[in-house]
Design a binder for this molecule. Structure first.
Ligand code: ZN
Length: 94
């Protein structure tokens, strides 16, 4: 629990996929938490070799494993909002 004196410990936070909104509560992290991954919005392959750059939180998105694999197969690897608009909002489950 966050007492307002600092950041809450990771195990006290809910986790939510920024693409599909799949989420788990803190009590489910032990079992389901491994289904979430940090997605690099700037692919490592596009970073210039030998150039150092401090990574910040805005360089990453939290995605579930399914969305993470899907965004890498899309043309919107650096733009989660466009990925969601083009793929998730148009998904038809039959
Ligand atoms: Zn997802």
């Amino acid at each position: 629990m966050n007492d307002g004196k600092g950041a809450a410990p990771l195990e006290a936070l809910s986790i939510k996929c920024e693409a599909c909104d799949y989420a788990i509560s803190p009590k489910d992290q032990l079992i389901w938490g491994t289904g979430f991954e940090l997605h690099h919005l700037m692919p490592w392959a596009e970073m210039q070799e030998g150039v150092e750059r401090e990574l910040i939180a805005d360089d990453f998105a939290v995605l579930c494993a399914t969305c993470h694999r899907a965004i890498h197969r899309s043309d919107h690897v650096s733009d989660v909002r466009r990925f969601v608009h083009e793929f998730w909002r148009n998904v038809v489950f039959e």
